[in-house]
Design a protein. Sequence first.
Length: 197
Amino acid sequence: MSANLTYKESPTLTRLLNEARGGSRRAMEEIIPLVYEELRQLAHGQRALLKESTLNTTALVHELFVLLQQRESLQHWKDRRHFFATAALAMRSLLVDHARAMSAQKRGSGISLEPLRDNQHAEEAPYLWLLQLDQALDTLAKHNPRARDIVELRFFTGLDEAEVARQLQISRSTAAREWRKARAWLSLYMEHPPGME
């Protein structure tokens, strides 16, 4: 249930990421063809995970490249793994923004954010589900920011327990325990969001 990628290190990509971190626009332009197909796989996986059906994979990857080039704060990648983790979270942000725009267009039609039912119209469910998930992660972050980070790293970037533990500098058992608790909490929240009964 995650957008798994195989993070094989590439000396060329690592060098270019370091140059991009130093502000090289040329390096950013050279990175694009090296990672394009993997980002398409990641975008396809993200769209499937987030039940997004209105924004196509190519459009999502192109929006991601624009975002990565515009936001210098995103260009502090340590290595290939960090680049793809950053890209996955940026894609999630783009998909949430797209879902908000879709929701704004539909506001006059009486559609509202509520627990999703099996009989809900198929074209309405994807972006409403994504907005509900985003709301759930925001709520989780208020109670337990590290649990939200674990969910994002596991669910959206495909890191395993050991990788999450290294990234967050916690033990593997802590990462596993908090992942189980966060999944259970999110499942309950998604079925019965507060104030939506």
